[in-house]
Design a protein around this ligand. Structure first.
Ligand code: SAM
Length: 226
């Protein structure tokens, strides 16, 4: 092919594979996935939701982590102690999955979930457990989420930790003020590994932590109920 003599339009058609217009990748992904937590997205990519259809978002907030799952026909539930968050969650669900009953989203506390034992295949707790008032409260919430999880279910938690910030904020298992100014109940690796064993679960992935420029550390804890 004579690249000099061939009309530009033909060259574009041959080599661009149709990619000539500006891209809107961000907009397209957001339409599909909402503002889903990137570590939850990672779990989707790993196939962890492929055979787990009943999903409870515990502390769902406005429901950003359920948008994709609702659109894909997962059996989604959400609770939050904030009534306004549940109103927003219901509106979002009505828009993206009109067949899902509004009653699937309810005002409730993590330490008192309105669901039967072994009734969920996935329980999400994204940026919620670090609002525990103390270790006893944290324990009640974790045990309650574990109760509603079915065998082979997945517990996905993202929470504040001291991992990488030990010298700045001290030991885990208590409420501390983080360098970013927020107040959080923090965990550490030993605590999460201990709880994994105590619950009788197994880690789905190694415990991973994101250190946000020494201001706060967010840890991902994924446990399968064996
Ligand atoms: C930072 S937001 C996270 C929302 C959502 N999980 C997300 O990742 O976008 C924390 C949410 O947890 C809720 N929450 C905190 N403690 C709770 C508890 N003990 N029971 C139920 N909801 C709780 C708050 O009301 C808030 O909506």
């Amino acid at each position: 092919m004579d690249l000099v003599r061939t009309p530009r339009t033909e060259l574009v058609a041959r080599f661009s594979h149709g990619v000539t217009a500006p891209q809107h990748v961000g907009r397209e992904l957001r339409a599909q996935f909402g503002d889903i937590d990137i570590y939850l997205f990672d779990q989707l990519l790993r196939g962890r939701f492929d055979a787990r259809s009943r999903v409870l978002d515990a502390g769902c907030g406005d429901g950003r982590n359920l948008i994709y799952l609702l659109q894909r026909g997962f059996d989604c539930y959400g609770i939050d102690e904030d009534a306004t968050a549940i109103q927003v969650m219901r509106r979002t669900a009505a828009r993206v999955a009109p067949d899902v009953p509004a009653g699937n989203f309810a005002v409730a506390s993590l330490d008192h979930l309105p669901y039967g034992s072994a009734s969920m295949d996935v329980v999400l707790a994204s940026a919620v457990l670090h609002f525990a008032r103390d270790e006893e409260h944290w324990t009640r919430m974790v045990r309650e989420m574990w109760r509603v999880l079915a065998p082979n279910g997945l517990l996905f938690a993202r929470l504040a930790s001291n991992i990488g910030l030990e010298s700045l904020i001290g030991p885990a298992g208590r409420v501390v003020r983080l360098p970013d100014g927020s107040t959080r109940f923090i965990v550490d690796e030993a605590m999460l590994l201990g709880w994994t064993e105590r619950l009788g679960g197994r880690l789905a992935d190694p415990i991973k932590t994101t250190n946000v420029q020494q201001q706060r550390c967010m840890t991902t804890w994924c446990v399968i109920k064996t």
